[in-house]
Design a protein around this ligand. Structure first.
Ligand SMILES: Nc1ncnc2c1ncn2[C@@H]1O[C@H](COP(=O)(O)OP(=O)(O)OP(=O)(O)O)[C@@H](O)[C@H]1O
Ligand SMILES: [Mg+2]
Length: 350
């Protein structure tokens, strides 16, 4: 079991408050991802859950039990960090079994658990090696294996893959996803990586300046962001947001044309993702844009358009499409995928 509940959790360093009243109920077996800008408090919150940082105010419950004042060893959680923190003088086997050994587990039990974890993580061949004789990905697997043998109630990961190269990150992402399926343990995972967040999470928690801004499934956050911050934080490249003039049944793009779409009262900004804009002949759609920068990625091309008063708008087109810097085109926004925000940046439901 690994249900984790945070009640009005706060963190103060002297006069400075870095975590501001976080309430969150994590279900047993859930994969939760914390995202947010650098310095927003992701690691601090994770370390507070793990017991490596005190909770200044509020409470933390694991399976209904208040563990706010319990040391890490009593919480039954296991942390995996970006730096693997393996013992260099020990073999992979000894690194993985170390916590069980210090807890006084019998040798046979340690060997059995290490072997099982090594098999899951495809480390069987490396058990007698030292960490220095392993690749970065293999070392990170050992760090994860060391957590698995402890059979924790939940795994806490703080950017575990950020030291790995792009190809290895993808491979390890699959591994972690499969691990979650096979162990069905609760996992809380901090990352900067959009793809990791979207692909691994059952629910994503978006944090900013020590507060939870929105919690939802990847699809909910992508399709129904609650405000401009989440709209632009989830999705890559980010959503285009610009001012608009709106009345009851239409909006006008600054310097552009009117879009027929029911808009609630008070919309001052609108948003549209690069993948929800269609490029046509100039004069078509909601505004014209002049091609400014072309980023060819193979399957897709992202085109930064200069749209005058509406500013720069990023548009995704097919990698095969043929546009040149200086071309003038018309941009049509998918009406179903257009977002509107009020002066405070909150989403207006239409
Ligand atoms: N000991 C400390 N004293 C004062 N402030 C601290 C202390 N430790 C962390 N902070 C502050 O707490 C805030 C949150 O830090 P934290 O490391 O949790 O951010 P993060 O979201 O994990 O960032 P990153 O994405 O860069 O890892 C930061 O503004 C940081 O400066
Ligand atoms: Mg951090």
């Amino acid at each position: 079991m690994g249900a984790i509940t945070l009640n009005a959790v706060e963190k103060w360093y002297g006069e400075v408050q870095v975590i501001k009243g976080v309430n969150l109920a994590i279900n047993d077996g859930e994969f939760i991802v914390f995202v947010g800008p650098s310095g927003c408090g992701k690691s601090t919150l994770l370390r507070m859950i793990g017991g490596l940082e005190d909770i200044s105010r509020g409470s933390l419950l694991i399976d209904g039990q208040d563990v706010t004042d319990q040391p890490p060893s009593k919480r039954g959680l296991s942390m995996v960090f970006q730096s693997y923190a393996l013992y260099p003088h020990m073999s992979v086997r000894d690194n993985m079994g170390f916590s069980l050994k210090t807890a006084g587990a019998p040798k046979a039990e340690i060997a059995e658990k290490v072997d099982a974890a090594a098999e899951t993580l495809k480390l069987d061949q490396y058990l007698e090696r030292r960490p220095k004789d392993l690749s970065g990905g293999q070392r990170q697997r050992v760090a994860i294996g060391r957590s698995i043998v402890r059979e924790p109630t939940a795994f806490l990961f703080d950017e575990p893959l950020s030291n790995l190269d792009a190809a290895l990150r993808v491979e390890m992402r699959y591994e972690i996803s499969k691990l979650h399926q096979s162990l069905s343990a609760t996992m809380i995972y901090v990352t900067h990586d959009q793809v990791e967040a979207m692909t691994l999470a059952d629910r994503i928690v978006v944090l900013d300046a020590g507060r939870i801004i929105q919690v939802g499934t990847p699809r909910e956050l992508y399709n129904h962001p609650g405000n401009v911050f989440v709209a632009q934080f989830i999705g890559s490249p980010k959503m285009n947001v610009f001012g608009c003039e709106a009345s009851g049944d239409s909006y006008t793009v600054p310097g552009g044309r009117t879009g027929p779409y029911p808009v609630g009262p008070g919309a001052t900004q609108m948003g549209i993702r690069p993948e929800h804009i269609l490029v046509g002949a100039s004069g078509m759609g909601q505004c014209d844009g002049t091609v400014d920068v072309i980023e060819y990625l193979g399957a897709d091309t992202f085109v930064l358009m200069d749209c005058g008063a509406a500013g720069q708008i990023n548009v995704r087109i097919s990698g095969d499409a043929d546009l040149k810097v200086g071309d003038v085109v018309g941009l049509s926004f998918d009406a179903e995928r257009t977002h509107f925000f009020d002066a405070d940046g909150n989403t207006i439901n239409t």
